[in-house]
Design a protein around this ligand. Structure first.
Ligand code: C5P
Length: 284
């Protein structure tokens, strides 16, 4: 038996850091959406657990026990086998949940392959704070340290551009560089009739990790400025702890034109045009 699983890019439209626990982990309040660009996994029945990584962003991705896909498989079905192939398109350690989305997609694929129910959010938190939100990709609100997942608003039609300038900013260092840990929480996202009204609302909200990430990697400010200057851009912001930033547009066509302009002007940057992605629930 062989199954396929898509690991979409995760975008934090907002990311409010509202506190810090005694163990050092931060309390978050984030509106998370997924994009229809991402990594692709193929999982086949096998006696042993193996991982092969291919694709344009495969370089440097571990294929041993350090890879979150293998950690997820070992946590979910200790001693069980599967031959997993990961076709890597997203940059790693980039604030768009690459490793977490891969791990969550692996869990979806393995649940099918092994005939098991998908684990719940709290059971997979130990793999990483972004794994729970990636389990069932759709617009979601993420709170706690990443384990408290509730439905997000319905999204209007829109185009998205993702841009990574090729610098890695380690997440722990970004949290450490954050001045205030007790920022205001996010008000309830109201739902919007258009990308413009959504972008206007998002503009009144924040990614609290943007300033500390920018202090560590000033190029992030350049990226946000470059996205904001593209034709039709309604909002430009950083995702997660960076360094990937996103732009919101009225349509995919506008996002594609902006992505082309950004790629031409900055040949070293990773640039992708996308639309929001929602995983269709598996049929029983
Ligand atoms: O869980 P994950 O491996 O993604 O977290 C990486 C690092 O980010 C943690 O070691 C921690 O320093 C920081 N972090 C945090 N609060 C969170 C999530 C992550 O401080 N809610």
């Amino acid at each position: 038996m062989t199954v396929e699983a898509f690991a979409p890019a995760k975008i934090n439209l907002t990311l409010h850091v509202t506190g810090q626990r005694a163990d050092g982990y931060h309390l978050l309040d984030s509106l998370v959406v997924f994009a229809d660009c991402g990594d692709r996994l193929t999982l086949a029945s096998a006696d042993d657990l193996t991982l092969r990584v291919t694709g344009p962003r495969a370089e440097g991705v571990p294929t041993d026990g350090r890879n979150l896909v293998l950690k997820a498989a070992a946590l979910f079905g200790p001693g069980r086998g599967a031959a997993i192939a990961l076709d890597k398109h997203l940059p790693a350690a980039a604030g768009i949940g690459g490793g977490s989305s891969d791990a969550a997609a692996a869990l979806r694929g393995l649940a099918q392959l092994w005939g098991l129910a998908l684990p719940d959010a709290r059971a997979v938190l130990s793999l990483g704070a972004d794994v729970p939100v990636c389990l069932a990709p759709r617009p979601l609100r993420m709170r706690g340290v990443g384990e408290d997942i509730t439905e997000g608003p319905r999204l209007p039609a829109m185009g998205l551009v993702l841009v990574n300038p090729g610098v890695e900013v380690p997440t722990p260092a970004v949290f450490k560089a954050l001045d205030r840990k007790d920022n205001p929480a996010m008000p309830h996202p109201p739902g919007w009739a258009s990308a413009a009204t959504m972008a206007h609302w998002l503009g009144t909200q924040r990614n609290d990790l943007e300033a500390p990430a920018m202090a560590l990697a000033p190029v992030i400010g350049t990226v946000i400025g470059a996205i904001a200057a593209t034709q039709g851009c309604l909002l430009a912001r950083m995702s997660g702890s960076g360094a990937t930033c996103f732009g919101i547009y009225e349509s995919r066509t506008e996002a594609e034109a902006a992505a082309t302009a950004l790629s031409v002007a900055n040949p070293g940057w990773w640039v992708a045009a996308a639309e929001p992605f929602t995983l269709k629930p598996a049929r029983a």
